[in-house]
Design a protein around this ligand. Structure first.
Ligand code: NAP
Length: 316
């Protein structure tokens, strides 16, 4: 069976880049396809302090560069393109991208997840005008200004901590009466004097006002106390939303998934489709961490090599 590559990896976050490195080290012709920037969600994190082996916080950007350098060192190739479709026929995968169609014997899906939007009035209209999903990207625009952060998970806490270095007026609202975030992180947020935590508080609406150039920007929010039902308006310059993520599973509508849309695999990271592996945030699991994504990428690559050996002598 002659294919363009042995394995095609879709997605260039921690899982995809670890898969690219490990596939190449296994002697496979590996190509990683990424539509945006290599690094995935890690790029949004200013200081990663829990990645093993990095006792000093490392930026997501730097870690992504290290992943890429290491994968390239072992021979992995990279293509910047969007994957439009993925089809398997007679043990060959056909991957159609915006830069051409490629074939491979195995595919590792590591497409990750995208930010969940809340769907409240004003959110879409004011996105990029005070509504943001990335503190390190947009936080500096709101230095010393009031910022509302929405969410109670690790991302909301991490990003509130980041924003608290830019402004002393951070209000973190969460719809429930307790955090979902890891305790160590939540405790740090609670102890931060620049962050006011308001639990049992939901975002109902985001309002904007035109500035002197006629451009509408966030000016206030409508908040609701979920215990009393009371709603009130509060002025703010920005709203940063961290309400979890939606798995990027569109390429594989027929592959079994959990109720949240994340792909189910066996312990070798293989999906119900032979030769199709999944790793990282797109894969179903109870805990999402960079270290877990990278480990899954490595395991998926190893399993892909075993699978390829099992079906044929690949062209290398
Ligand atoms: P998450 O853990 O799913 O938390 C999402 C938060 O948004 C939850 O608090 C949830 O509220 C809230 N939320 C969801 N939909 C909402 C809505 N419609 N209105 C209001 N609030 C809403 O997502 P995440 O924080 O992005 O984390 C994703 C994964 O990445 C997790 O596994 C996390 O551990 C990991 N992560 C780890 C780190 C780290 O280790 N430093 C950093 C970032 C992310 P409820 O709690 O009420 O459901």
């Amino acid at each position: 069976m002659k294919t363009d590559k042995d394995v095609i990896i879709i997605g260039g976050g921690a899982a995809g880049m670890a898969a690219a490195q490990y596939s190449s080290r296994e002697g496979l012709k590996a190509l990683l396809v990424e539509e945006m920037s290599l690094g995935g969600q890690a790029l949004l994190i200013e200081g990663i302090e829990n990645y093993p082996g990095c006792p000093e916080a490392v930026s997501g950007f730097e870690l992504a560069e290290r992943f890429e350098t290491q994968a390239r060192k072992f021979g992995a190739e990279f293509l910047y393109a969007t994957v439009k479709s993925l089809v398997k026929k007679d043990n060959v995968f056909t991957v159609e991208t915006t830069k051409g169609t490629l074939t491979s014997l195995a595919v590792i899906l590591a497409a990750g997840a995208k930010h969940r939007h809340l769907g409240v009035p004003g959110e879409e209209k004011l996105a990029g005008r005070g509504v943001s999903y990335c503190a390190s990207c947009d936080g500096p625009f709101f230095k010393n200004q009031k910022i509302i952060v929405v969410g109670g998970g690790d991302s909301a806490c991490d990003e509130a901590m980041f924003l608290s270095k830019l402004s002393s007026k951070i209000v973190l609202i969460h719809r429930r009466d307790r955090f979902r975030a890891q305790k160590a992180l939540a405790d740090r947020v609670l102890a931060n004097k620049n962050i006011e935590v308001r639990l049992s508080t939901a975002l109902e609406e985001i309002r904007g006002k035109a500035n002197d150039k006629g451009i509408e920007k966030v000016s206030s929010v409508i908040l609701k106390n979920t215990l009393t039902g009371e709603t009130y308006e509060e002025e703010t310059a920005a709203v940063f939303i961290f309400a979890g993520s939606l798995p990027s599973n569109q390429l594989v509508p027929d592959v079994p998934k959990d109720s949240g849309g994340c792909i189910l695999t066996d312990e070798k990271m293989e999906t119900a489709t032979g030769g199709l592996f999944c790793a990282g945030d797109l894969r179903s699991k109870p805990f999402r961490q960079l270290v877990i994504a990278a480990a899954e990428g490595a395991l998926a690559a190893h399993s892909a090599a075993e699978y390829i050996d099992g079906i044929s002598a690949p062209v290398r």
